[in-house]
Design a protein around this ligand. Sequence first.
Ligand code: DP6
Length: 379
Amino acid sequence: KVYRASTTAPVNIAVVKYWGKRDPKLNLPTNSSLSVTLSQADLRTLTTASCSAAYPASEGDSLLLNGEAADVTNARTQACFRELRRRRAALEAASPALPKLSTYPLRLVSENNFPTAAGLASSAAGFAALVRAVADLYELPDSPAELSLVARQGSGSACRSLFGGYVAWRAGSREDGLDSVADQVAEAAHWPEMRAVVLVASAEKKGVSSTSGMQQTVATSGLFRERVATVVPANMARMEKAIADKNFEEFAEVTMRDSNSFHATCADTYPPIFYMNDVSRAAVRAVEAINAHAGRAVAAYTFDAGPNAVIYYLEKDAEVVVGTLYHVLGDTEGWKREALSGLKASMSLDSGVAALLKGGISRVIMTAVGEGPQKTDKF
Ligand code: DP6
């Protein structure tokens, strides 16, 4: 007999960034963070977990990622498997009639619905789907918050992908990390008008991984200490209120300031780390011009550990935000025709900014706030 469970998990993009570990082994962060979960119609990982007494023990656990065998011997994946097995074993000890799934080899098959070349953080969706799928396979009673403790050990940002909508990861203060969990600040339905357009900067291999980059920042940046002590706590409080009030202007200012603060600590790392490039900076200029034209913040940029721009906006402002970008980028791959029809460009961008975007953006992804992991029977 083969036991099986399938789930999807979403990508999330932080508006208050996680950057820095207080405990690299347990993957505990130096600060809390907050993200928006993006729609799985556009960006998701689909993972099927199976196990069986008939799977040869000699082959061990395995993971097929987009059709290729991936390494499962790394400490992070091992920590997730170990933690999930421990929880299943506790159930089996309590109910001896249960099959001993915790002793069987695990096979995972995982697929993303977006191009790997997009350079989007797929580790968050990947580890969230892995943990959710195995938890479902093992029929664990654990809540998404409890599972976030496990996913966190795979990749910090993954703990936020166990929920839909607007999600906080509380840094916590315990040494064992048991209070370093994700929680849902608001459901997607609370503020469903939130949209995002991702400007994918022409595929260039990522320079410094976030894991190593943040360690260098923690070790060398003085500015980072200021960020952790005062900037992030203030941004978290403002952001939670902006979301509760559905105040986009406030949401936008905090989002942009927090991204700028994070990239400033990267520049203050010694030697410095640069994730944003000329094309990223052109995207910042474009958003500033759009907001100036509108007379208020209608768009908010944010950048992770790479050059891609994620621009949040509200559905009602699609005309000025998406219309302006579409006018500049033209037939770049990824535009949704139905979402574009009738959008005029109400303004034009500075020619230097336009040229950088036109030359440097290879694809766009139009998406929106979305739901958390979904069980599926599509294997
Ligand atoms: C800039 O979650 O990828 O995207 O915990 O080492 O796997 P590890 O790091 P990871 O870092 C994400 C950093 C970020 C900001 C964020 O998502 O909050």
